[in-house]
Design a protein around this ligand. Structure first.
Ligand SMILES: [Cu+2]
Length: 493
């Protein structure tokens, strides 16, 4: 057994308790409400080279219990849910042997990693791995941040069933020492302890519109876990929204969430939030000064937000995610956060401008329902979602040239939000209908708000610095991507 980083002590303790860093077989861990927050199991590195992380991932069905004695079947990696935490250092080489023990083909996409094209895990880079088959991914990680991995084959279903895990790449940073946690946010629909399969009853228009939203919101696969924090302490939360549909609008009453990093690493300067919105696929690096008194408790909530907010309906109510309990204290901790965290140089646009429009073919149009010109009880037919008017796989491919920088205008011509995700490259948000970005940092996923007026624009700058090949960009509400809101980018060498 060998653990690379003695960095999150609770991971190590948990791994030791299990007798292995990697973990295999069904987990017996308590997932019911009120259990102590666990860290994702650390993936075992089988390569002794300090600059190579070699792990094995087996995708297979897994039975877990959210209520004692009530089995729930998920799909998971290495018998743990969420999948194991892969830890590496910036510029490490990562080798992953995927074995598919699922009843259908799968792949792994390394969300946010600027990697060589053949390792992107999509239908334009590889044939899906059949049941019983295997595939080895081999790439380097040039950026320090929290990334994540998930299938890119039948992904709305496979992610919903539980196939995702975190990939944390460490680098130098100027932040004060803190109690670090990886928080994987996701949701499932449970009924009587059974996983509800939203697609099982044929076409479900609500699921097509909103994605597969679950009634059970989880942190690291746990229901309303408890996290003990210290008075006078500093928490650092590396958060990923691994839900294929749900937005998380994080709020911790009485506390400020200080954002220091986003998808691709540290942002230029810290930004304070009372509510922090994380769209599907996005990550955040958040610092929280814990200044309560011993015995206090507070609840991290997913505060009310609706991806249909532009249309003024279907708000999500507040939902509790995690209990924080003050236990013990620490004095004199240096919690000062530098005013400048990173230097981010804006790339100069020297190639074409590309306008990209998200649209949805709906009948009737929600605007007509709101305007009262059609019966509000009329069934809405969500026929397809599209980029530039043509649903995947019929969408036109966009061709770019390696070594250039392009400005893309993301135009959301629907009333609902869509999280835009670009594979293989990072981008800066330049400006939007709402004004400039709230922070400067490298993104691979960004929420494009819906608009009551039918258009919402966001300009992003994309330097095509490396890794020519065939890439995808799509909405990260995975059901929308499946229904056509996805297209291909070809970067020529
Ligand atoms: Cu979408």
């Amino acid at each position: 057994m060998r653990c690379r980083f003695p960095f999150i002590s609770s991971i190590i303790l948990l791994a030791l308790a299990q007798g292995s860093c990697g973990g295999s077989g069904p987990t017996e861990l308590d997932r019911s409400a009120g259990s102590e927050l666990r860290q994702p199991m650390l993936a075992e590195d089988i390569d002794p080279d300090p600059d190579v992380v070699h792990v094995q991932l087996s995708a297979a069905p897994l039975v877990v219990e959210f209520e004692p004695g009530v089995p729930t079947e998920l799909w998971a990696y290495n018998g743990v849910f969420p999948g194991p935490l892969i830890e590496a250092k910036q510029d490490d080489r990562i080798i992953v042997d995927l074995v598919n023990n699922l009843p259908e083909p799968t792949t792994i996409h390394w969300h946010g990693v600027r990697l060589s094209n053949a390792n992107d895990g999509t239908p334009v880079t590889q044939d899906p791995v059949p049941p019983g088959g295997s595939f080895t991914y081999d790439f380097t990680v040039p950026d320090a941040s929290l990334f994540w991995y998930h299938p890119h084959a039948n992904s709305a279903e496979q992610v919903y069933r539980g196939l995702y895990g975190p990939l944390l790449v460490h680098g130098d940073d100027p932040l004060p020492a803190a109690d670090e946690r990886v928080l994987v946010l996701s949701d499932l629909e449970l009924s009587g302890g059974q996983l509800v399969l939203p697609w099982a009853d044929g076409v479900q228009q609500m699921e097509n519109a909103m994605g597969y939203l679950g009634n059970t919101q989880l942190v690291n696969g746990q229901l309303m876990p408890e996290l003990k924090v210290r008075s006078g302490g500093l928490e650092r939360w590396r958060v990923v929204n691994a839900s294929g549909s749900r937005y998380y609008n994080l709020a911790l009453p009485g506390h400020v969430l200080t954002m220091v990093g986003t998808d691709g690493g540290l942002i230029e300067s810290p930004v304070e939030y009372s509510e922090f919105l994380l769209a599907p696929g996005e990550r955040a690096d958040l610092l929280v000064a814990t200044d309560g008194s011993d015995g206090d408790s507070t609840v991290l909530i997913n505060a009310s937000y609706s991806i249909m907010h532009a249309a003024g309906f279907m708000p999500d109510p507040d939902h509790p995610l995690m209990q924080l309990r003050y236990s013990g204290s620490v004095n004199g901790l240096d919690r000062s956060i530098p005013a400048q965290l990173a230097t981010i140089t804006e790339p100069v646009v020297d190639a074409g401008e590309f306008s990209l429009q998200f649209s949805a073919a709906l009948d009737p149009q929600p605007m007509d329902i709101i305007a009262g010109t059609v019966d509000e009880d009329a069934p809405i037919n969500f026929a397809s979602f599209a980029i530039n008017g043509r649903p995947w796989p019929d969408a036109a491919e966009h061709v770019s040239q390696l070594g250039t920088t392009e400005r893309w205008t993301l135009n959301n011509h629907t009333v609902m939000d869509h999280p835009f995700h670009l594979h293989g490259y990072r981008f800066l948000v330049e400006s939007g209908t709402d004004g400039g970005p709230a922070y400067r940092g490298w993104k691979d996923t960004v929420n494009v708000h819906g608009s009551e007026l039918g258009d919402h624009l966001l300009d992003i700058l994309i330097p095509f610095e490396d890794n020519p090949g065939n890439w995808l960009y799509h909405c990260h509400i995975l059901r929308h991507a499946e229904l056509g809101m996805m297209a291909e980018l070809v970067v020529n060498p």
